[in-house]
Design a binder for this molecule. Sequence first.
Ligand code: CP
Length: 301
Amino acid sequence: MAKSLISIRDFSKDEILHILDIASFMEQNRSQKILDGKVIACLFFEPSTRTRLSFETACNRLGARVIGFSDTSNTSISKGETLKDTIKMVSNYVDMIIMRHPLEGAARYASEICNLPVVNAGDGANQHPSQTLLDLYTINQTQGRLDNITINMVGDLKYGRTVHSLLQALSHFNPKFIFTSPDELKMPTEYKEFLDEKGIGYQETANINDYLNDCDILYMTRVQQERFSDPMEYEKVKNVYKLTASMLNDVRSNMKILHPLPRVGEIALDVDDTPYAYFFKQAENGMYVRMAIIAYLLGYK
Ligand code: CP
């Protein structure tokens, strides 16, 4: 079976560090036409701005061509074609599949029914491993290290797939975690048990002010409206946190604010002008990291 990136746990610590090294090279060399003649499919069954456009830009910067869709309404999926048939068809046309899907496990399933590298660009509330690699790249870029970081994850820790993947990846690097969320959106038990098994500590709070001054990375997240089955439940928590510049007076000088984006109100615009905001550079880093992921999975040195 071809090597795929479905879960961040598919990559060893050495592989993660290798990807970050390649990404650093890509940041210094933004066009590397090493994939001339390759065709890559970007299949987005769910909305996306950054992930799709940065993957497509990464393909273009590497010299590959891109096919795909960003909306299933004008594909035969709208006529009832199954995921299996769609993947089998597309896999005959291309050299790699990058896909986002609302169902947990969809990307894993795709990787099992075709003999191509598959990249999971987000599956439901489960995993978003390319986001995790760009988050690690950005943490290393801002802190000069990955080891011994204190990271405060804030917001929707229940449905936010980025925090689930990032927690697992950081477990290689002796982190300390702070989980800031309302009771309704706490980090799921399975992830806390994962940390317990590894002897990694974490603290939980519902008050955003409790640990703002005690972290190296403040990882803000959006409340994931699309994952709520009951709209009233979403209404109760949608405005639970709003980070403003005036809340940052006593933070650590090295502290950086990351966010996978999009934001919908959890970071006020005045935070953008502080030296702590780093989320737009984080999104830019996604392009370099995705260039690295594609090149690595297609076997290029
Ligand atoms: N971070 C992220 O996945 O953004 P998009 O949903 O815009 O791709």
